[in-house]
Design a binder for this molecule. Structure first.
Ligand code: ADP
Ligand code: MN
Ligand code: MN
Ligand code: MN
Length: 368
């Protein structure tokens, strides 16, 4: 029997040393490989394909519109399956390097209307309407590494690790699993031009977090989606996977969220706490609307996570508090002491669409 990657039994393994020969071949220096990246019909899956561009490109606007087969991405019927890719943000490619690029696209149907999975379109309109408030976002992306067999990475195959406690921000081979992926991903983000703010090991072993931000307006979605692409792509190189499932293991194990830290220019200035409190008052009146926007299944995913246990609030209740990690909205202690800063919405699920999250927060707190 083949056992690909030695004792691990991962059969799709290829030898990266063989690849190295091809990575050092000379390529024409006026041709660029552009990886077009988009969100599929699930609202959480990421797809990409590559295009050679043989003219100078300085931004996403210079990249041509392209298309793909939407019947293979849960986005169209086979009889009329062309979908359009409109480039909207460009990043460096940390895998191919040089002048090669990652090109984030939003998706349009053949009738030129945005695809159902295209949450960027309405988000961009809301951000344009609210740009005078200079909304900033910082999202804490939690995720779980899985071995090739779908089991959490580093967990014993015939049981469970010891109870939660020693793992959060831990160090040591018995405390954290998969740091190579985390380190490689952090560097790939910086190289690509993604505004990664930090990272840490999480409460459940094999679970990690990184933060993106602060980013103004629509760019939070662009940067977070590219950071997720980089995460999956880096993990692929290591032969393991990253899941954004909000509750990957049932029981006494923390789930995964995407806390959204948010401020407007008024909140960030002296006396801003009053504006933070006003925003919380508005958020309290729109709890259900926000829950529907905070995961790709209108709250169904978050139902498994927002139980009121494991540092979460109950999905059915709205609450807010200073330094309270069991509340829907937390005002960080330092913000309360300074009297200005930002609020943290702890409700978004790890697999949320950041465009939807940012849109509804600005809609509720600035535009309504
Ligand atoms: P936590 O204490 O909840 O773990 P983190 O340090 O993980 O918080 O994340 C805080 C996030 O808040 C970072 O992404 C940071 O960029 C973001 N942030 C900081 N200041 C602001 C602000 N004024 N407005 C919006 N986001 C902010
Ligand atoms: Mn955090
Ligand atoms: Mn966290
Ligand atoms: Mn947080």
């Amino acid at each position: 029997m083949f056992s690909g990657n030695g004792s691990r039994g991962y059969t799709a393994y290829t030898d990266k040393n063989v690849l190295n020969h091809y990575l050092t071949l000379d390529l024409p220096d006026d041709h660029f490989m552009c990886e077009y990246i988009w969100i599929d019909g699930t609202g959480e899956g990421i797809r990409s394909k590559c295009k050679t561009i043989d003219f100078p490109i300085n931004s996403a606007e210079d990249c041509p519109v392209w298309n793909y087969d939407g019947s293979s991405t849960y986005q169209a019927e086979g009889s009329n399956s062309d979908m359009y890719l409109h480039p909207c943000a460009m990043f460096n490619d940390p895998f191919r390097r040089g002048n090669n690029k990652l090109v984030l696209c939003d998706v349009y149907k053949c009738n030129k209307e945005p695809a159902e999975s295209n949450k960027r379109w309405t988000c961009a309109k809301v951000m344009e309407a609210a740009k005078g408030s200079c909304p900033w976002f910082g999202i804490e992306q939690e995720y779980t590494l899985l071995d090739f067999d779908g089991y959490p990475f580093g967990w014993p195959k015939n049981g469970f690790p010891g109870p939660q406690g020693p793992y959060y921000c831990g160090v040591g081979a018995n405390k954290v699993y998969g740091r190579d992926v985390v380190e490689a991903h952090y560097r790939a983000c910086l190289n690509a031009g993604v505004k990664i703010a930090g990272c840490n090991a999480e409460v459940m072993p094999g679970q990690w977090e990184y933060q993106v931000g602060p980013c103004e307006g629509i760019s939070i979605g662009d940067h977070l989606w590219i950071s997720r692409y980089l995460l999956h792509r880096v993990a692929e190189d290591f032969g393991i996977t990253a899941t954004l499932d909000p509750k990957p293991v049932e029981g006494d194990w923390n789930g995964a969220g995407a806390h959204c830290n948010y401020s407007t220019i008024q909140m960030r200035e002296k006396g801003g706490l009053k504006y933070i409190e006003d925003a919380i008052e508005k958020l309290s009146k729109n709890h259900n609307k926000h829950i529907i926007a905070y995961d790709p299944h209108q709250g169904k995913d978050n139902e498994r996570r927002l139980t009121g246990l494991h540092e979460t609030s109950d999905i059915h209740d709205f609450s807010a508090g200073i330094a309270n990690r069991g509340a829907s909205i937390r005002i960080p202690r330092q913000v309360a002491e300074l009297g200005y800063g930002y609020l943290e919405d702890r409700r978004p699920s790890s697999n949320c669409d950041p465009y939807s999250v940012a849109e509804v927060i600005v809609q509720t707190t600035v535009l309504d």
